[in-house]
Design a protein around this ligand. Structure first.
Ligand code: FAD
Length: 373
């Protein structure tokens, strides 16, 4: 897993909306996640990917990719899962960006409860701001919708009026802070300041694809939302061997949905690898090699997933596990075998005992039956 370590929700103090982890700081979720990946033998590499592309296939025709990091390290992989998230592009209003993730929010399910009953403003960026206005109205009686140069049709104005949502069409020129630096309101083009403690903004959401262009993944424009990588079921893409998951393909996915997408893609990748390994083993047999499958395993052993720096294997590169360890845990010296042997001996002893008893009983029975005659 290669990660530059700047997740989208980093500015937020805590993550909400995912049962059992509600209220956990994003940094803590990352820490636990990395620890758990390492517990299963996964390798976590801190770094920025600057290029990723297909490489020459392996000797048995399996796919290969080369991923290059900003510091020059190169990683070879059999398959690639892109989960680089997205970049939120905020409207250019002076003073807005510094409150992002605190008093400037975008999602009622992420931090809506925390800002309930506050005077909230919706800083509109387009039609995509209308839905969130109705959602934030559930959380406060004091909601103002700043159209900020965007169109708002009469029907929507009537619906807003019915819910007591105030609409202001004068453009916003800057965000106003109080003496402590907390958000205090917005200044309008006519100089008027409208007091607000919280602003909700729907940003443009742009998939983070910088450095991944070499993979040739199709990008799609999402009207009023932004840009995302196109994907099919289980995060599959048009590019064989490359999967996508999370916000890079689904901008509205929260943490739970993004993690679930990663799990589904991971399962699909694993299934495809198992099929590829089996195909290669079969091919080895068809080629008439007396040790077909073993030859396949050896060739894979000689081409492990590697992490190298300027062509040299880095210290952090994990040595490949021997094929027996990977594929045949029931062979010699495994815990399974150690467990089986004593039980087998006991079964033999029991069988011999039963047979002796049976012979004795039969002999006695014959005697009893024979006695009267
Ligand atoms: C302010 C804010 C608060 C939020 N609060 C919540 C919340 O409370 N609950 C909730 O469910 N959702 C919340 N979200 C949404 C949540 O952030 C996303 O759903 C989630 O982060 C998506 O996960 P992801 O793995 O797709 O992307 P990310 O979490 O953004 O992870 C992408 C990772 O890829 C890495 N990366 C990107 N490009 C490269 C590269 N070239 N090389 C190496 N690494 C790279 C990044 O460093 C990052 O670590 C919030 C969003 C924001 C903006």
């Amino acid at each position: 897993m290669i990660d530059s370590g700047s997740p989208r929700n980093a500015p937020a103090e805590a993550m909400h909306g995912l049962i059992a982890l509600d209220g956990t700081p994003p940094s803590e979720i990352l820490r636990r996640g990395r620890e758990q990946v390492r517990q299963y033998g996964g390798r976590v590499v801190h770094g920025d990917v600057v290029s990723a592309e297909s490489a020459a296939p392996s000797a048995d025709g399996d796919l290969r990719f080369t991923v290059t990091l900003a510091d020059g390290r190169r990683i070879t992989a059999r398959r690639v899962l892109v989960a680089t998230g997205l970049k939120d592009v905020l409207p250019e209003v002076p003073g807005l960006a510094k409150h992002w993730g605190h008093s400037v929010v975008h999602c009622p399910y992420c931090h809506g409860w925390e800002v309930r009953d506050e005077p909230i403003g919706i800083l509109a960026t387009g039609p995509a701001s209308i839905g969130p206005a109705l959602l934030f109205r559930q959380l406060t009686e004091d909601l103002t919708y700043f159209t900020h140069g965007t169109d708002l049709d009469e029907d929507t104005r009537a619906r807003f009026a019915a819910r007591g949502i105030r609409v202001i069409d004068t453009p916003v020129t800057e965000i106003v802070d109080d003496a402590d630096g907390a958000l205090a309101g917005v200044r309008l083009a006519d100089g008027q300041v409208v007091a607000r403690r919280v602003l909700a903004v729907v940003p443009q959401m742009q998939a983070r694809t910088q450095g991944l262009e070499g993979l040739g993944l199709p990008v799609q424009d999402l009207p009023n939302v932004g840009r995302a990588l196109a994907s099919g079921p289980d995060g599959t893409t048009e590019v064989p061997g490359v999967w996508v998951a999370g916000n890079v393909t689904d901008p509205v996915a929260q943490v739970g949905a993004s993690a679930a997408a990663g799990a589904l893609a991971g399962i699909d990748i694993n299934k495809k690898l198992a099929i590829a390994d089996t195909d290669a083993a079969l091919q080895g047999i068809a080629e008439g090699s007396p040790q077909g499958p073993q030859k396949d395993l050896e060739s894979r052993k000689s081409q492990p997933v590697t992490c190298s720096s300027h062509g040299q294997s880095s210290d952090s590169a994990r040595p490949p596990r021997p094929p027996q360890e990977l594929l045949m845990p029931y062979l010699a010296n495994t815990p399974v075998e150690k467990m089986t042997r004593p039980y087998a001996r006991r079964w033999w002893a029991l069988l011999v005992l039963c047979l002796s008893l049976l012979i004795t009983v039969m002999a006695n029975t014959s005697l009893i039956v024979a006695a009267p005659t």
